[in-house]
Design a protein around this ligand. Structure first.
Ligand code: F0G
Length: 409
């Protein structure tokens, strides 16, 4: 595992730097319009900024979510919605830096293994940069919203007969043996861009550190980036105090939770057959677990897990706040609910959760939940998920009087 390390030699004092970040939002050039590159002093690995490949990513909203807060037992909860990115997930924050680095190195072809979002994002940025894109996905396991994006952006889509971990192993070997430039989050330049998710969040919090930042965990790249960002922000005196990180895994794909819970363990044990309907985080052997463990140490963090039923219900509640997200993102709310119930998070604490993907990424899951068809096939048996907060469509004849009677209006 490699890290990008800087000898930060900043010309500006912390307050000046914050002013510069903010002023750039009013500019109209591509670099300043990007919610990644307007923080460029924190990722100074590009000498020639005209080479940056950007789709005006980042600058995502932060929302108050009162219904979700109440559901989770908090006085107040905010969501930073990374699903409001150009390709609908937080991956864009990292792909602009990753593809820029690929371009600086003269790469003409990039590759990734993916549960869907990384591939959609990489395909878009590779198209912008005029590079060939090869994506390796587990056959039949990628939500349609995401698969359709990779196809539309012109990537070569390879459906591997295996799971994400198989695809990851293969693409790493292929990248070693060929000219393919690997753009999974094992690539440290991806994580540099993803750092800005937290920097921007802190800016939106007027640089007042929340007590907790909560995020879903799969391959563990994002929490690694999050930890690095917080560590560097303290070093640069942009913040004084580090918030605690809470990362949430789906119960059927929770090797990092297992590692954390067994305090005597020092090595991660992969889950051989990970299962979850939150396909984005259906990962048994996360590549970045060592960096993630370091992030836990830096932030006095915790790991929690959530069941399929809890994730599904939490997702519907986030929808009722008018926000919405894809299933992996909803692990945050499900996890917070557990952590308040067990007293780890106090109701009065200031919590910001990161929603990582857009609601429209996985329409099948949402429709199935609301029509009572959601279930998990595991070991030949089917586990049904209750539509606790289901909102079923109703079908009526095309007749005004019948509609009035049917709706009671
Ligand atoms: N949320 C969403 C929506 C994701 O797509 C992913 C990862 C995660 C959370 C977990 O982030 O891997 O950094 O811990 N998706 C990857 C992909 C694996 O291929 O799109 P992580």
């Amino acid at each position: 595992m490699l890290d990008v390390a800087y000898d930060f030699n900043l010309a500006s004092a912390p307050d000046e730097l914050k002013g510069t970040f903010n002023q750039r939002r009013a500019e109209h050039n591509d670099l300043d319009r990007s919610g990644v590159w307007r923080f460029r002093e924190l990722l100074p690995f590009v000498d020639d900024l005209s080479r940056v490949v950007t789709l005006a990513e980042g600058n995502t909203p932060i929302y108050e979510a009162p219904r979700s807060a109440e559901y989770a037992g908090l006085d107040k909860l905010r969501f930073k919605h990374q699903g409001m990115n150009p390709t609908g997930s937080f991956k864009d924050n990292g792909m602009t830096t990753g593809v820029t680095q690929a371009s600086l190195l003269g790469a003409t072809a990039v590759a990734c293994a993916s549960t869907g979002n990384t591939s959609a994002s990489m395909a878009a940025y590779a198209a912008r940069a005029g590079m060939r894109a090869f994506v390796f996905i587990p056959a039949g396991e990628v939500a349609y919203g995401k698969l359709s994006q990779s196809l539309e952006y012109g990537a070569m889509v390879v459906e591997i007969e295996g799971n994400f971990d198989d695809a990851m192993r293969l693409v790493r070997e292929l990248a070693d043996e060929t000219d393919l430039y690997l753009l999974n989050s094992i690539n440290p330049f991806r994580l540099e861009g993803q750092k800005t998710i937290v920097v921007e969040m802190l800016e939106q919090c007027s640089w007042r550190t929340p007590d907790w930042i909560v995020l879903p965990a799969g391959n563990l790249g994002n929490m690694s980036a999050c930890g690095k960002a917080l560590h560097e922000m303290v070093e640069l005196r942009l913040i004084e105090r580090v918030p605690r990180l809470a990362v949430i895994q789906a119960e059927g794909a929770a090797p990092f939770y297992d590692l954390w819970a067994a305090s005597s363990e020092t090595e991660l044990h992969a889950v051989e057959h990970p299962v979850t309907l939150a396909t984005a985080i259906r990962i048994g052997n996360p590549v970045s677990w060592k960096k993630a463990r370091r992030a836990l140490e830096w932030t006095n963090g915790v790991v929690e897990r959530a069941s399929e039923q809890e994730i599904a219900d939490a997702k519907a509640i986030i929808g009722r706040d008018g926000i919405g997200c894809e299933p992996a993102s909803a692990t945050t709310l499900a996890g917070i609910k557990r952590l308040t119930a067990s007293g780890v998070i106090d109701a009065s604490e200031d919590v910001v959760a990161i929603l990582t993907g857009n609601l429209l990424k996985d329409p099948t899951y949402t429709i199935d939940y609301h029509t009572g068809k959601l279930g998990l096939n595991e070991d030949g048996a089917r586990r049904e998920i209750d539509g606790t907060f289901a909102n079923r469509p109703i079908r009526l004849a095309a007749d005004k009087e019948q509609i009035k009677r049917g709706l009671g209006i």
